[in-house]
Design a binder for this molecule. Sequence first.
Ligand code: PML
Ligand code: MG
Length: 226
Amino acid sequence: MYSIKMRSSQQSKHISGAETICDEPAIADVLLRFFNKGFYHENGAIDFLNLKIEKVTRPLTTIQSLPIYDNNDTITNLASQVHINAEILQKAWSYIEDANNYSGAIILSVHNGQRLDDTGLRGIRVTRFMFETQHNYNDRIQDAITIASCINQFPGVIAELCVSDDLTYTTGYFASTSTGYQRIKNIKQKGSRNGGRIIFVDNTINLEAYRNYLEILPKKVIDTKA
Ligand code: PML
Ligand code: MG
């Protein structure tokens, strides 16, 4: 199997990214799909696009997908279910609203709202994953569920908040092992590049092991049993 990654940018500003693991016969199709996604993007014309192919040499770790819900609950309500208070949520939201376009996720302490990763504008990128699913999700939703399933199922992770940085995509989600993947419509206004992925963790997390799990370990997400 092969890991395929794409990222594109404009004057070093993140425009788009994509990631999967596939078998050799599917590589050409995936490359074309990722090229189209990154090159022709509503966030703007690009001046850089990188496509990377790497053979996966380690066995894939299997992860169950989080259940998906369309309840359109509020972020505040969902956060309170996992004991994230308003102040910490506000801190997370400030990263989503700042002028930076992080290509990956930001890790925040659930105790004091401090940013714990040292990856600057890059953030932590969840990579080396695939989703073996019977469902016909669209690409965007399938990717988001796969990433959320990986992010949330590690010791010390409390929850994740995601807002797309695409100009016209206004559905985001809040995810945790207890709430599942909760889609939230109109999480932001149309026409804004504000967005990001915030991971809330407690102080039991082993950050080095977590980063290795998210960025290096090959992962296969499978459907949750009904
Ligand atoms: C993105 O790919 O821009 C993030 C989208 C997250 C929400 C996906 C959904 O459930 O609609
Ligand atoms: Mg995007």
